[in-house]
Design a protein around this ligand. Structure first.
Ligand code: IPM
Ligand code: MG
Length: 384
């Protein structure tokens, strides 16, 4: 019997390439796991009308945690076009299987570390005024993104039903929309709860305390989103009271997009609701060399799914071209979660060493190494 049962979900596109590379490294580390291959992704939408088949949900329930590659998501009209003929006109609706997984398994916390490694030619260097030395700006940020609520809740309408319009008229600002014709109006909702907001803020502060970090920054927009942003801000301030040694500050989502380029080294832990967390985590990834370096963990109370922040990059699919480091750092997060600390530490040190040596580089870093060559170089150091 293996120690762990890992749900293996390569998904779409380059998800397969980076997962294959990662499997090789996990085997070299002698990670004691049985891998349960699970169907998920575009192929299953097209052929079965469900990108997250029931058998996958059932299989996941018997595993320790999941490792996930990437998913192709397309807007509703395009998604319907690609269904096999017998499934067309059945009224099937596409949903992103990773978003669904996060909700089904209550993976409420999305943790996304963005750390620069010495020697990465893609490291952020700012400009001559903010960074006169021209040396790499050292970045070590961790985004805590609320993972189940907000605009990702999926409560949307088009056209807008009369009953929904009537109900929304409880707020007089709704009235003028009728004049546009409800058949021309689309509505998405941003629903957040005190529980969700409090929980993500607590996770962020607890992490800061445990790791000795001194600053937690809330990213919101309460000057415009008065109710949802207001609730999140109040929850943040309330939670912050229990951590008097940590500097708790607040930034608007638009402002942080600017500040992050001016002085990214000043930020440490960032906390946000779902959509703002999605946005800011790509921004932070850009500062450490791009999505090829950005891992993430979808964490629940007893279950977790680990996935790189990047997408399926269909144009590179099957070419073994993309950088496997995001996926390998994702595997490192999984090892940390499983308390396989020694393996996690060796894996990260091997990644750092390959980056600083600069001999093996994938195309995004200006090199010619394939996904598998990069992973092999890392695997060799991880086990040396
Ligand atoms: C991410 C991705 C997903 C998201 C997509 C693929 C649904 O952008 O994990 O950040 O929006 O959460
Ligand atoms: Mg994203």
């Amino acid at each position: 019997m293996s120690k762990y049962k890992i749900a293996w979900m390569p998904g779409d596109g380059v998800g397969n390439d980076v997962m294959e590379a990662t499997r090789g490294v996990l085997d070299q580390l002698r990670f004691d796991a049985e891998y349960v291959r699970c169907d998920i992704g575009w192929e299953f939408w097209c052929n079965e009308g469900n990108a997250l088949p029931d058998r996958t949900v059932a299989a996941l329930k018997g595993t320790t945690c999941g490792l996930f590659g990437a998913i192709t998501s397309k807007p509703q009209d395009e998604a319907k076009e690609e269904l096999i003929p017998s499934l067309k006109d059945k009224g099937l609706v596409y949903f992103s299987p990773i978003v669904k997984l996060r909700q089904m398994f209550n993976l409420h916390t999305n943790m996304r570390p963005c750390k620069s490694y010495a020697g990465n030619p893609l490291n952020y260097r700012g400009n001559k005024i903010t960074n006169p030395s021209g040396e790499d700006v050292k970045i070590d940020q961790v985004v805590f993104r609320e993972n189940t609520e907000g605009m990702y809740g999926g409560v949307e309408f088009f056209p807008l039903p009369e009953s929904v319009y009537e109900a929304l008229c409880a707020n007089p600002k709704m009235k003028p929309w009728k004049a546009k014709g409800l058949e021309h109006v689309a509505l998405s909702t941003r629903i957040v709860s005190k529980q969700g907001c409090t929980s993500i803020c607590k996770q962020a502060f607890e992490f800061a305390k445990k790791t000795g970090r001194k600053r937690v920054t809330l990213i919101e927009k309460p000057n415009v989103l008065r109710e949802t942003g207001g609730l999140m801000t109040r929850c943040f301030r309330e939670v912050a009271k229990s951590y008097p040694d940590i500097w708790a500050d607040e930034a608007n989502i638009d402002a942080i997009c600017m500040w992050m380029f001016k002085n990214p080294q000043d930020y440490s832990v960032l906390v946000a609701e779902n959509m703002f967390g999605d946005i800011v985590s790509d921004l932070c990834a850009g500062l450490i060399g791009g999505l090829g370096f950005a891992p993430s963990a979808n964490l629940g109370d007893t279950y977790a799914v680990f996935e790189p922040t990047h997408g399926s990059a269909p144009k590179y699919s099957g070419q073994y071209k993309v950088n496997p480091i995001a996926m390998l750092l994702t595997a490192k997060m999984m090892l940390d979660w499983l308390k396989e600390t020694d393996m996690a530490t060796r894996l990260e040190a091997a990644i750092a060493r390959v980056i600083v040596e600069g001999k093996v580089r994938t195309y995004d870093m200006g090199g010619k190494a394939s996904t598998l060559e990069m992973a092999q170089a890392i695997g060799a150091y991880a086990t040396a």
